[in-house]
Ligand binder design. Structure first.
Ligand SMILES: *Cc1c(COP(=O)(O)O)cnc(C)c1O
Length: 369
C-alpha cells in the first residue's frame, strides 16, 4: 500500500528548482550577505502582498512577536492576553518581556481564542491581545478591534500559520495593529532555514522594531536603543520572494484538500471536523480533526500508511516551562483539544486523488476502531 508524507518541505524546492537556483546565484554574486537589495525587495513584496505599509524581516517568528511588544514598552507589571490553545511561542514571547501571560480558553467550535473570554480577562493592567490564527484559520477580528479600541489595547496578530488568510475583505496581517509571521520551513510560506517578519501600518512601531532587530541603530554605529540582532538573511529573502509568487496556488491546493476531507469525513461516528469562524477564509496550515480515541486512531492510520501529528499534545499551562505558574488553571476546552486532536496530512505535495485515498483509509480505520 502506498504511504503518504505528512509534510514535504523539499517539495517547493523541487517544484521551483530553476527559479531558486537563479535567486541563489544572484545573491551570491551580489556580495551582500546581510541586508542588501534582495532583502529590501522581499520586504516590499511581502508588505504589498499583506496590504500594509511596512514589513521588517527578522530572524524568526518568535522574535517577530517579542520585538513589537518591547517596542510598545510592554514589560513587568503589564498583562497580555493570549490564547491557551496555541504553539508555545505565543506564550514565550510574552514571558520574554516580563509581562504577565493571561491565557484565555478556546472556542470549542473554532479552537481559536474565545472572544467572550477575552472581554472577561481585560483588567486595568492589560496592555495587549495576541490573537493567533491557529491552524491557518483567521480569528473573527471585528469584536477584538472593538474591545481593543474601548480599552486602548495593542492588537498583535500571531500570523505564523496563516499567510494569506482572510477575515471578510481584510487580509491576515492587516487585522490588528501589527502582525508577526514565521517563515520556518514547515509554514505555508517557508524559507530554507529560519525567518520571520513583522508587518504593520504604524510608522513609529515599524521604525522601533527595525532598530531593535539591528543593535538599536538606525544609522550604523549610532546605537540609540539597547537592541539585539534579529535579521533575515538576504539568501532566504530571495527564496521567499520566489515562493511568494506561488503561494496563492499552494493555498488553493490546501483548500481543495480541506474540501475533500470536509466532504469525505462528514458524518463519521465520534469524529469532529474543523469549523472556521463565519466570514473567514482559512489557509489550512493544518487540518485538525478531533476523536475521543485519538491515540488508537493515530496508530490505526499509521498502519495504513497515513502519517498524522498532534498540534499540540501538551497544553502550554501543563508544560514544564509554565506549569509552576499556570498549572493550577482550568482551561477545559484547550485540555480537551490537546487530548483529542489529530492533524491530517495537508500541503501542496498532496494531490486531490491522494487526499481521496487518505480519506478512504480514515473511513476504514474508524469503522475498525
Ligand atoms: C511557528 C510559530 C511561531 C514561531 O515561529 P518561529 O519562526 O518558529 O520562531 C509562533 N507562533 C505560532 C502560532 C507558530 O506556529
Amino acid at each position: 500500500m502506498t504511504g503518504f508524507s505528512f509534510l514535504d518541505v523539499g517539495y517547493t524546492y523541487r517544484a521551483l528548482q530553476a527559479e531558486m537556483d537563479t535567486a541563489y546565484r544572484a545573491v551570491m554574486d551580489s556580495g551582500f550577505y546581510v541586508g542588501g537589495a534582495a532583502l529590501d525587495r522581499f520586504e516590499a513584496d511581502f508588505a504589498a502582498w499583506c496590504g500594509v505599509r511596512h514589513c521588517i524581516a527578522l530572524g524568526n517568528g518568535l522574535e517577530a512577536l517579542i520585538l513589537p511588544l518591547r517596542a510598545r514598552g510592554i514589560g513587568p507589571g503589564d498583562e497580555v492576553i493570549v490564547p491557551a490553545n496555541t504553539f508555545i511561542a505565543t506564550w514565550l514571547a510574552v514571558a520574554q518581556t516580563g509581562a504577565r501571560i493571561v491565557p484565555v480558553d478556546a472556542d470549542p467550535a473554532t479552537m481559536n481564542i474565545d472572544l467572550d473570554g477575552v472581554a472577561r480577562a481585560i483588567t486595568a493592567r492589560t496592555k495587549a491581545i495576541i490573537p493567533v490564527h491557529l491552524y491557518g484559520a483567521p480569528v473573527a477580528s471585528a469584536g477584538l478591534r472593538d474591545l481593543a479600541q474601548a480599552h486602548g489595547l495593542f492588537v498583535l496578530e500571531d500570523a505564523a500559520q496563516a499567510h494569506g488568510g482572510m477575515d471578510g475583505d481584510r487580509k491576515v496581517g492587516a487585522l490588528g495593529h501589527a502582525a508577526a509571521f514565521s517563515f520556518y520551513p514547515g509554514k505555508n510560506l517557508g524559507a530554507f532555514g529560519d525567518g520571520g517578519a513583522l508587518v504593520t501600518d504604524d510608522d513609529t512601531l515599524a521604525d522601533t522594531v527595525r532598530m531593535l532587530g539591528n543593535y538599536g541603530a538606525r544609522v550604523k554605529y549610532h546605537h540609540d536603543l539597547p537592541g539585539g540582532n534579529s535579521r533575515l538573511d538576504p539568501l532566504q529573502a530571495a527564496f521567499l520572494s520566489v515562493k511568494l509568487k506561488h503561494l496563492d496556488t499552494w493555498t488553493a491546493r490546501r483548500r481543495a484538500i480541506a474540501a475533500v476531507y470536509d466532504q469525505a469525513l462528514a458524518g463519521l461516528p465520534d469524529l469532529r471536523l474543523p469549523q472556521v469562524a463565519a466570514g473567514t477564509a482559512p489557509v489550512w496550515h493544518l487540518y485538525v480533526i478531533r476523536h475521543p480515541r485519538r491515540d488508537a486512531l493515530q496508530s490505526a492510520l499509521a498502519a495504513l500508511g497515513v502519517p498524522t501529528a498532534l498540534h499540540y499534545p501538551v497544553p502550554n499551562h501543563h508544560s514544564g516551562a509554565f506549569r509552576a505558574d499556570y498549572g493550577h488553571l482550568s482551561l477545559p476546552v484547550t485540555e480537551d483539544i490537546c487530548a483529542t486532536c489529530l492533524s491530517l496530512p495537508i500541503g501542496p505535495h498532496l494531490s486531490v486523488a491522494d487526499t481521496e485515498e487518505i480519506a478512504a483509509r480514515i473511513g476504514l480505520a474508524l469503522r475498525a476502531l
